[in-house]
Ligand binder design. Sequence first.
Ligand SMILES: Cc1cc2nc3c(=O)[nH]c(=O)nc-3n(C[C@H](O)[C@H](O)[C@H](O)COP(=O)(O)OP(=O)(O)OC[C@H]3O[C@@H](n4cnc5c(N)ncnc54)[C@H](O)[C@@H]3O)c2cc1C
Length: 385
Amino acid sequence: MDEDVSFSEIRDSVRRLCTKFPGSYWRALDRAREYPREFVTQLTAAGFLGVLIPEEFGGSGLGLGAGIAVLEEIHRAGCNGGAAHAQMYTMGTLLRHGSEDQKRRLLPEIAAGRLRLQAFGVTEPTSGTDTTRIQTFARKAGDRYIVNGQKIWISRAEHSDLLLLLARTTLRSDVEKPTDGMSVFLVDLAQSVGKGLTIRPIRTMINHATTELFFDDLEVPADCLIGREGNGFRYILDGMNAERILIASECIGDGKFFIDRASAYARERSVFGRPIGENQGVQFPIARAHVQVSAAEEMVKKAAALFDAGRPCGTEANMAKLLASEASWFAADMCVQTHGGFGFAEEFDIERKFRETRLYQVAPISTNLILSHVATHVLGLPKSF
Ligand SMILES: Cc1cc2nc3c(=O)[nH]c(=O)nc-3n(C[C@H](O)[C@H](O)[C@H](O)COP(=O)(O)OP(=O)(O)OC[C@H]3O[C@@H](n4cnc5c(N)ncnc54)[C@H](O)[C@@H]3O)c2cc1C
């Protein structure tokens, strides 16, 4: 492949950085459910999280092709980009729909890493995937909005300066289309915690710094609104395509991690007087994982190229996420099986990566919802909801 397209220099630098963060670093954090501060600090300092921000705002303006190179390498090295990936793409809503003043004020700070915009608040406990039924409401009162409601699974809220918040500004019953009447705000978290916003961490099967948010008459200055009131749902949609493509690239990295580890182990582990990798019963699942990850990778690249060309890519982004998350999960299972009992030992890092890669069939969008999109939008099957 062409040097520029594969971003081989970026890949090399990410690999070098990741060697400073071996399995022992991640295992200790995983046990304590602590945030990988030093890893994120170094990624930020190296400029890897600003690859999507245009140069005029201090980023490198390289696009998703570079973003997928960064995240794939992080994951292939056994690290986890989930701690910081949102710093790459959450700013897209601000970049595409923010005012000139908001962009000039905030984007250079985000690009430099002085301002962390890596919390994205959409999901709510009662609405689930049906985003049009969110209940969090922002009521205009003079030069402020008063926010009430609740969000769940909002990751990195405790490690972010700003939260991109989706809230209703008009009741669902009062709008023509259910997707109308929602708005996007940039909430200053330091200004808000304890003054109407409570953040409560949720302990999960992975170390993901995810939280619940409770809004109780939180006052947000009116100039924190992005774009026009009521258009928020549309604004977050194109950001979601970037998110799905980037997360798919993390799955590709995970898949390659599992294949690398399984191949190495199958070559060296000797049972019945020969390497286990000589047995086709062991070889074939590794080969199948490689086939599946390679196929998914092509779809990720296709989706990223469409996104970077400014062309519609919703279906490709969804298909890339589905294929990549299923390929990484197959590879994870294969890797545990190849390692036998050692697949369960913490010190091999496989059980940790196995848990981590399982997330991607649920978040940021679950497999069924992708299949529903393909069935109804691509194949013209009747809508089920
Ligand atoms: C660790 C973690 C981090 C997250 N981080 C964030 C974040 O930072 N910000 C944020 O906003 N959200 C975040 N999420 C939320 C995530 O996007 C949602 O969990 C995901 O979209 C699924 O929504 P849900 O959990 O409400 O499932 P539900 O919508 O309740 O669905 C439950 C199951 O039913 C299936 N289902 C639902 N409806 C249908 C249907 N009509 N047909 C077929 N199947 C259906 C779904 O596919 C799913 O498998 C995170 C979640 C997790 C677990």
